[in-house]
Design a protein around this ligand. Structure first.
Ligand SMILES: CC(C)(COP(=O)(O)OP(=O)(O)OC[C@H]1O[C@@H](n2cnc3c(N)ncnc32)[C@H](O)[C@@H]1OP(=O)(O)O)[C@@H](O)C(=O)NCCC(=O)NCCS
Length: 175
């Protein structure tokens, strides 16, 4: 993937996707500190606090193509999404979350569609992978709407719950 410092602002119909910054930490802590969100994410501890938010801004954001999802109308941060590197240079893994108050409005699909487009057309990716916990059909639906197809089933650890959960592995290839 290209240098993540280059990531542009992406604008969709209702969202502005921009680089996460230190002033976002309280909003991020509020969202991913909620177990309804973190139980479906692999890498988020629970409880999640200020120190974790600082680690995300200082150690993750500079190295991964991750965006803050904000509402075009108000600037409110409603979630985050991005592409993490894999062991293959032209393949990245898609991840995303939305605040529970914003679920069911199509925001995850809208944001990830823009990111997938960026990944293929600008970042030079040939494939994007994603994995969702089997108990999270809403995430599976987001990926299906983007055209991802199932490539297999595995188990992944969930840091927040401390459990190893069944996971559905998905993939989308550049056309
Ligand atoms: C998964 C998540 C990102 C979805 O965000 P969202 O903005 O509500 O998603 P969208 O509105 O774009 O699409 C959700 C789709 O799932 C469907 N859906 C919701 N709950 C569902 C359920 N229990 N079973 C099946 N489908 C479901 C919706 O109807 C919608 O599909 P549709 O457009 O065909 O009607 C959000 O619930 C979230 O942040 N969850 C916690 C973190 C997480 O799971 N991240 C992904 C990790 S892989």
């Amino acid at each position: 993937m290209q240098n993540t410092e280059q990531r542009p602002v992406l604008t969709t119909e209702r969202l502005v996707l921009r680089r996460p910054q230190a002033s976002d930490i309280p909003a991020i802590v509020d969202i991913v500190g909620d177990l309804r969100v973190s139980r479906y994410l692999a890498r988020i501890p629970h409880p999640y606090g200020e120190v974790d938010g600082r680690f995300f801004i200082d150690e993750i954001v500079p190295h991964e193509l991750v965006w803050a999802l904000t509402l075009r109308t108000s600037g409110q941060l409603v979630g985050s999404a991005g592409l993490s590197p894999t062991d293959q240079n032209e393949v990245a893994e898609l991840g995303y979350y939305l605040a529970p108050t914003q679920w069911g409005l199509g925001f995850a699909t809208e944001a990830t569609r823009a990111i997938v487009d960026y990944g293929f057309k600008v970042a030079g990716l040939t494939s994007i992978t994603a994995g969702y916990f089997a108990g999270n059909p809403a995430s599976g639906r987001v990926l299906a709407k983007l055209g991802f197809v199932e490539t297999g089933r595995t188990e992944r650890p969930c840091l927040a719950t401390g459990r190893i959960e069944p996971s559905v592995e998905m993939r989308l290839d550049r056309v």
